[in-house]
Design a protein around this ligand. Sequence first.
Ligand SMILES: Cc1cc2nc3c(=O)[nH]c(=O)nc-3n(C[C@H](O)[C@H](O)[C@H](O)COP(=O)(O)O)c2cc1C
Ligand code: SF4
Ligand code: SF4
Length: 257
Amino acid sequence: MENIIFFFSGTGNSLKVAKDIAKEIENCKIVSMVKPYGFTKQYDSIGFIYPTYFWGLPKKVIEFIENIKLDNNKNAYYYSITTYGGSAGNAVYQLYELLLNKHGIKLNYGQKLQMFSNYVVIYDMSEKINKITEKSSEKLIPIIDSIKMKKNNRINGITKIFRFINKNFIKKVSTMDKNFTIDNNCTGCGICEKVCPAKNIVLVTNKPQYNHHCEQCVACIQFCPQKAINYNDATQNRRRYINPEINYKELYEYNNK
Ligand SMILES: Cc1cc2nc3c(=O)[nH]c(=O)nc-3n(C[C@H](O)[C@H](O)[C@H](O)COP(=O)(O)O)c2cc1C
Ligand code: SF4
Ligand code: SF4
């Protein structure tokens, strides 16, 4: 039987995890959550891999889970992993709740995996990319083993404050792109347009224009080879980060399959 992993990713961490798991499971395909998905067959296992945003789920992930039809896949093994930087808050439990409330499906296994923290809008990027990446890869090994053995675990919800903070973020996220600025270093290369998982950027006379359906994944800021995209005046002097094993072409291909 076949297996499927759904992912959402801005800077590549969650795609890297999806790829590492898919390598270890036979007959496993990887599908982006940026578009609705119509199931045509039954799967043995169904995974969801996504970053933590404001202690909860990204908007795209909420919409994707709300809209999929899982009626023919009620008996699959369901698992989820959230990649996060410092605190995953409610990001696993929120998915557990959504699956249960919307589809009557119990998430069998949920985990958080600490990876490189990419939210450049709030803090500078750590210089310790290699060390942090190495640690994450080590922590992923037992998680993959558990998924291969179809283990179950208990998924606990955390405090109301996390729920409140994520709800507020989801409310305003679409228009947070009004804070992005483009400076004169922009060469019109179009990488930001390609890498945006929300198709929120269109190049107009060789300059990116934002269209207010942003997910705040920061891929445009992080992938711009000229560091020409900034968030107000917060990010000009900060380093940039992209998962060392994922490039923009690969993200683009997965998001546009
Ligand atoms: C908008 C936004 C909000 C974030 N919020 C959190 C958070 O609440 N807790 C946390 O630990 N990391 C947070 N992060 C960091 C990401 O969850 C982390 O770097 C993740 O691995 C990025 O995955 P990706 O490379 O697949 O996009 C946030 C990142 C972004 C862009
Ligand atoms: S990625 Fe940077 S340089 Fe390229 S078009 Fe976008 S803003 Fe301009
Ligand atoms: S506009 Fe930038 S931050 Fe917003 S979804 Fe697109 S790539 Fe991500």
